[in-house]
Design a protein around this ligand. Sequence first.
Ligand SMILES: N[C@@H](CCC(=O)N[C@@H](CSS)C(=O)NCC(=O)O)C(=O)O
Ligand SMILES: [Fe+2]
Length: 239
Amino acid sequence: MVKLGRFIFRQLVEYKSNTYTYILGCPATRQSVIIDPVVDTAERDARLLKELELDPIYGLNTHVHADHVTGTHALKQIFPHMKAVLSDKSGGKADKLVKDGEIIKFGEEELEIRSTPGHTNGCVTYVSHKHKMAFTGDALLVRGCGRTDFQQGNPRTLYKSVWKQIFSLPDDYDLFVGHNYVGVLQTSVAEEKALNPRLTKSEDEFAEIMNNLNLPNPKQMDVAVPANLEDGDPAFIKH
Ligand SMILES: N[C@@H](CCC(=O)N[C@@H](CSS)C(=O)NCC(=O)O)C(=O)O
Ligand SMILES: [Fe+2]
């Protein structure tokens, strides 16, 4: 058995959509979770989980992604006992629908679920208080945040979510995001409270910024959203 010693944490990138996937594992029991896997890199992630002799009991989606197909369904074909997780506010299917305040346990580790709507209704942030880490999905990005112009997006909801549920965490919590388009891997509560060019503004200014981003839709959006509402089941992937 590979010696792992302490808390297991791996950051993985899917380059087509610049999505960040995370593996967290309990060294004592080898139980683990994978956050935001992508279908295109599911085999790579499965290989790493097997190499590290980790037992993925949950595949955690931060939300119904619009830019890539989730890898949770594909990983469940390899790890049949893994449960796909999504917010009960997402409108999507999963093995376990979670609510704000719920705790996900894996071995001697746990993650608190914090509801952070605004990018989508069903966005959640997963918080490890033991390791001072939070996984924000697209609610908060490094020096940015998720767009609010589709999938029930609402800038005022997002502003309140970030301030109430993420910026209320202690300053020294590290933040791990859903995407970054220039290769920055992580940030922290203190850093974003001081430096985020959108969230440091007033709510009115934030809404004005978000309503004028004028971004093109993600390239995979028409394929990704219907598939992700069904946990990435290939029967729902349009070709
Ligand atoms: N060009 C990318 C999509 C880029 C994009 O829209 N990203 C989303 C997160 S994925 S839902 C976003 O919220 N961006 C915010 C921003 O300020 O960039 C593609 O085609 O995949
Ligand atoms: Fe998103």
